[in-house]
Write a protein that binds this ligand. Structure first.
Ligand code: PEP
Ligand code: MG
Length: 883
């Protein structure tokens, strides 16, 4: 097998299709070289080597030596320099590159190939002795940190001391002689800490760095990142070895990062930052404040230092040409790294740029309009879950804001929460249900778990392409970066700004769209959904087959759902209406009644209330189907549990306290989820379902009379296991319907169906369909009963189960296709055999999960029903599933 793939100088052994083998960076470097863009020559050691390296106990096979030698020879041939040659040395960078980018997660070594001899050659060759010794100093420091894993503190201290001794303020004031002395010190620091002299053999240096990059694949921070982002540990990373180019060779050199469109807003304008006379990492590290790429962006920001467009017009024009080439070639927005070495432009990386949901929509719609991609591709370009970012509230423009600082609008959206100053605390408090804002001077890859747990991220340092900004945008977390007036003392858990201080636990609000940082909590408003959203959703609606309904029971939820495009209600859980303070007493009287007459008396009080509930829903959902589920939960849920509440409830219901307590004890169940609930309530107390059915039909006729459009009620019986249960309940419902129709002198169409949420029901679907007009898969209960895993207690072990690969994802979030999925397929098939036009839907939480929706499409269900805020997500996911 081949493990080394060359690129540059007219050679490309790989291309963009080889991401799995060469990693994203390697594949795209090869691709850029093959389309004639200026890429420093190099080679990629494949991810297959990473896997083999671990399989063989972290050792390289002998054959790799020859392949790497060929790779080095390739670079030497193109650059006319020689690795380790004191007269004309070749220097290389060694970088990681996995299949998907893991920003800042893994290791990089620059300037490799420098030693006591080659540093002289670099000095002569570049004509710049200071530059040569500065490069050597940086190399030792980086190598000691990344490869030798020595503490970097000592090196930074030595640098500070060198500056102090000479009375300097800036690194750049150090002379060649100072740097030479510093190199001497660095070398002895290495020898002291490592026990061996700094490696002078350039090949030893190279193999050390390659091993370190492979090793970084299994660093803790990389593992955490993979877990959060669903990246498999088996993929491995590639290693890219590439000729160094220098952005720090004076004022005609520079380095930068750029996006071909704005990754925050999606605007079709180049967007980026660069630094003159700087080396790659300087831009991202946030040590110097980067300059704007374009004149327009600089002017808009009111910034002084010249943009690249102004400072280096010719190279800028060339770069702009490269952006256009790349976008046309990749047909997507690109995220680019480049370096200018003495006016010569070099491309170091391109990849599909991460973007906010807003930008994703904008770019997809724009590119389809520009003819760069098709509408179908545009639909597939937007991650349905990312829409979540757009649907949630933003800060109320009318609300009073106590703005205490302003930073960069690094990732849009507003967030309020209590302040925490470290990632572990963020994770802990968030796990306890608290909304937290993670505040850091700057973030590093070690903070990933805290950023994930936080509602928002605030940093005092770093630009728009800083770690915090990039990661937050990828995660969809609001982020304000580089709020320079904040002084953060993470140890003391306090931040100061002016004469104010904010402690851990204080409430803070950030607006990632404006960069504002505000004390306290600020009121929010619902978002205006933009033209791009509407456009893309209309395209999606044009291709999807699945209908999308909402799980909703309040008028507010119903209205939200309709505004988001719901095509009816798929699940109205009537028990939620029973908890209402105004009627809970009647509900309790019903439960406490000792005979049917007593229950009917209490139910009579509930009837008008229920009728009003349903009428409100029907009025909002005019012309659309509304599935109303009759009472489902065990009755004891409505009785008080705390001793303190018994007296009040006894007074309110007019039942003596002993009777109340006895009844509560009688209703106690060891396993209520498998107890007296669902249609079992209807079987034992038919008058409950009868009253609910009556309320539904009376409300439907009321609305039909008022609006002229009759609603289409779908009465749904929960937790059915057998045909006979449904038969009995259908008799009750039909009888109520006939009674109401006779009283009102008017009939309306309605359906009676059942939830399929028990394995027995799925298996007996053929028989049940003889009675049921429709099935709605209650996949919450169906998952619980199929897996034998309690939906309320699973959190304790499910995390471990997912980590161990027992279930690929949480089966309560994304459907267990193999098990629960098979039951759904069986039920759908058997139900259709009996009743070919049976209506099939899903109303468990899975109805709003894109992967589960794809499964529903495959089984051919008629609709999915999701919570209101998930309706747009479901519409888009349904469209993607249909393509
Ligand atoms: C279900 O079980 O999937 C369902 C929708 O019902 P509930 O969540 O109310 O039990
Ligand atoms: Mg259920």
């Amino acid at each position: 097998t081949q493990y080394v793939y060359r690129f540059g100088g007219g050679v490309s052994d790989g291309g963009k299709g080889d991401k799995n083998l060469l990693g994203g960076k390697g594949a795209n470097l090869a691709e850029m070289a093959s389309i004639g863009l200026p890429v420093p020559p190099g080679f990629t050691i494949s991810t297959a080597m990473c896997t083999r390296y671990y399989e063989e106990g972290e050792r390289f096979p002998d054959s790799l030596r020859d392949e790497v030698a060929t790779g080095i020879a390739h670079i030497e041939g193109v650059t006319a320099k020689t690795f380790g040659d004191p007269a004309n040395p070749l220097l290389v960078s060694v970088r990681s590159g996995a299949r998907v980018s893991m920003p800042g997660m893994m290791d990089t070594v620059l300037n490799l190939g420098l030693n006591d001899a080659t540093v002289e050659g670099l000095a002569t060759g570049s004509g710049d002795e200071r530059f040569a010794w500065d490069s050597y100093r940086r190399f030792i420091q980086m190598y000691a940190d990344v490869v030798l894993e020595l503490d970097h503190g000592a090196f930074e201290e030595a640098l500070e001391v060198a500056k102090e001794d000479n009375g300097y303020y800036l690194d750049t004031e150090l002379t060649a002689a100072d740097l030479k002395a510093l190199v001497g010190e660095y070398k002895s620091l290495v020898e002291q800490a490592w026990g061996k002299p700094f490696p002078q053999d350039v090949h030893d240096q190279l193999w050390g760095a390659v091993a370190a990059v492979f090793g970084s694949w299994n660093a803790d921070r990389a593992k955490v990142y993979r877990r959060i982002n669903d990246i498999s540990g088996s993929w491995g990373t590639a290693v890219n070895v590439q000729a160094m180019v220098f952005g720090n060779m004076g004022d005609t050199s520079a380095t930068g990062v750029a996006f071909t469109r704005d990754p925050s807003t999606g605007d079709n304008a180049y967007y980026g930052e660069f630094l003159i006379n700087a080396q790659g990492e300087d831009v991202v590290a946030g040590i110097r404040t980067p300059q704007y790429l374009t004149k327009a962006a600089r002017e808009e920001a009111g910034a002084k230092p010249a943009s690249m467009e102004e400072a280096m017009p010719e190279v800028y024009a060339q770069l702009a040409g490269v952006f256009d080439t790349l976008e046309r070639h990749y047909r997507d927005m690109q995220d680019i790294e480049f370096t200018v070495e003495k006016t010569q432009l070099w491309m170091l990386q391109t990849r599909t740029g991460k973007r906010t949901a807003k930008a994703a929509l904008r770019i997809a719609v724009d590119m389809a309009s520009e003819g760069l991609i098709t509408r179908e591709e545009a639909i597939l370009r937007v991650d349905p879950m990312a829409l979540d970012q757009l649907l949630h509230p933003t800060l109320d423009p009318a609300a009073v804001r106590d703005v205490i600082a302003k930073g960069l609008p690094a990732s849009p959206g507003a967030a309020s929460g209590t302040v925490v100053f470290d990632a572990d605390t963020a994770e802990k408090r968030a796990a306890a249900g608290e909304a937290v804002i993670l505040v850091r001077t700057e973030t590093s890859p070690e903070d990933i778990h805290g950023m994930h747990a936080a509602k928002g991220i605030l940093t005092a340092r770093g630009g728009m392409t800083s770690h915090a900004a990039v990661v937050a945008r990828g995660m969809g977390r609001p982020c304000v970066s580089g709020a320079g007036t904040l002084s953060i003392d993470a140890k003391a858990k306090v931040m100061r700004v002016g004469d104010r201080s904010v402690k851990e636990g204080d409430m803070l609000t950030i607006d990632g769209s404006t960069g504002e940082v505000m004390a306290g909590q600020v009121a929010t408003v619902n978002p205006e959904l933009s033209g791009d959203f509407t456009t893309l959703m209309a395209w999606a609606d044009g291709v999807r087959r699945l209908r999308v309904r909402a799980n909703a029971e309040t008028p507010l939820d119903c209205r939200t759902a309709r505004d988001f495009g719901a095509e009816g209600v798929g699940l109205c859980r009537t028990e939620h209406m029973f908890f209402d303070a105004a009627r809970i007493t009647a509900v309790r009287q019903m439960i406490l009644a000792t005979d049917e007459a007593g229950r009917r008396a209490a139910l009579a009080k509930l009837l008008p209330e229920q009728r009003a509930d349903f009428a409100a829903i029907f009025a909002i959902m005019t012309g659309l189907p509304v599935t109303i589920r009759l009472l489902d939960p065990p009755l004891h849920e409505f009785l008080p549990h705390a001793e303190a509440d018994f007296a009040d409830v006894a007074t309110a219901t007019g039942v003596d306290i002993d009777t109340l307590k006895r009844r509560a004890a009688e209703l106690h169940e060891f396993n209520p989820m498998l107890g007296h609930r669902g249609c079992r309530l209807g079987v034992t107390y038919p008058e409950i379902y009868e009253t609910q059915a009556r309320a539904i039909f009376e409300a439907a006729i009321d609305v039909a009379e008022q609006s002229g459009a009759a609603p289409i009620p779908e009465v749904m019986i929960p937790l059915v296991a057998t045909k006979r249960e449904l038969d009995l309940m259908k008799v009750v419902v039909d009888k109520a319907a006939r009674a109401v129709f006779a009283e009102r002198g008017r009939e309306i169409d309605y359906l009676v169906g059942t939830m399929i949420e028990l394995p027995r029901a799925a298996l007996r679907a053929g028989a049940i369909a003889e009675t049921a007009d429709f099935f709605s898969f209650g996949t919450n209960d169906l998952t619980q009963t199929t897996l034998g895993v309690s939906r309320d207690d699973a959190a304790r072990f499910l995390g471990t189960y997912v980590d161990q690969g027992i279930y690929e994802r949480d089966p309560f979030v994304s459907i267990d296709v193999e098990g629960v999925g098979e039951l759904i397929e069986i039920a759908a098939q058997r139900g259709r055999q009996t009743r070919p036009d049976i209506k099939l839907g899903i109303c468990g939480e899975h109805g709003g999960d894109p992967a589960s929706i794809a499964f529903c499409e495959q089984v051919g269900l008629d609709y999915v029903s999701a919570s209101p805020y998930r309706v747009p997500i479901a519409r888009l996911a349904a469209a993607q599933a249909a393509l």
